[in-house]
Design a protein around this ligand. Structure first.
Ligand SMILES: C[S@@+](CC[C@H](N)C(=O)[O-])C[C@H]1O[C@@H](n2cnc3c(N)ncnc32)[C@H](O)[C@@H]1O
Length: 192
């Protein structure tokens, strides 16, 4: 119990430090709550061989929920722009593919590790801090790497809107409000 409390405290401190240094990119002051992370992780593919691509894992609350939901660590690929956060996450999950890089280059980054497609894309990227054109470019890349039945999951703090930025070219298949998060968030789930 005490160990868990200190882990959460240390992740929160690290995240806050990175937010002070890069507020636009980091996008929130504290990591997502376990409730929000679980709502994202529900959408992992049922095939245990499928890869899941996580975008913007930060200190890893969603990563942790994905693994708790049953995703094999060696099937997790996470792209995190912040090198400090990526290195910390790789230490926590040594068998996962944690890539320090830009999510907008996902196609090239996946090619480098010989992965052609993924069964789900789970994104915590702060898309409201990017232009609609940048979000559309990202969603184009997601379409190319996502398998036909795969899910693209994105959360947003704009809770009144069911479609998040970047979701226009997808079919919205589910939407869930998560009040127990700071601030409350909406999880939107898309398919091609
Ligand atoms: C809102 S935080 C979410 C962190 C974590 N998943 C959570 O839910 O607490 C957004 C994360 O996206 C990362 N990020 C921002 N721009 C990125 C980019 N172009 N490529 C990859 N990661 C990026 C940030 O460094 C930050 O860790």
């Amino acid at each position: 119990m005490a160990r868990k409390f200190f882990n959460v405290l240390s992740d929160t401190t690290l995240f806050l430090r990175e937010w002070i240094a890069h507020p636009q990119r980091t996008g929130s002051v504290v990591p997502s709550s376990p409730r929000l992370a679980a709502a994202m992780a529900r959408w992992i593919p049922s095939d245990p061989e499928s890869y899941v691509l996580e975008l913007g894992p930060g200190t890893g609350p969603v990563t942790e929920a994905l693994l708790q939901r049953g995703l094999r660590e060696d099937r997790l690929i996470a792209i995190e722009f912040n090198e400090t956060l990526a290195a910390t996450l790789q230490k926590k999950y040594p068998r996962a593919h944690i890539i320090a890089g830009d999510a907008w280059l996902m196609d090239e980054l996946l090619k480098k590790i010989s992965v052609k497609s993924v069964g789900a894309v789970i994104s915590s990227l702060p898309l409201l801090n990017f232009t609609p054109e940048q979000a559309a470019a990202l969603s184009g890349k997601i379409r190319t790497v996502l398998q036909p039945q795969g899910h693209f999951v994105q959360f947003s703090y704009q809770i009144a809107k069911k479609r998040t930025r970047g979701g226009d070219d997808f079919n919205l298949v589910a939407s869930q409000l998560v009040w127990l998060n700071l601030p409350p968030a909406r999880v939107s789930v898309y398919q091609k």
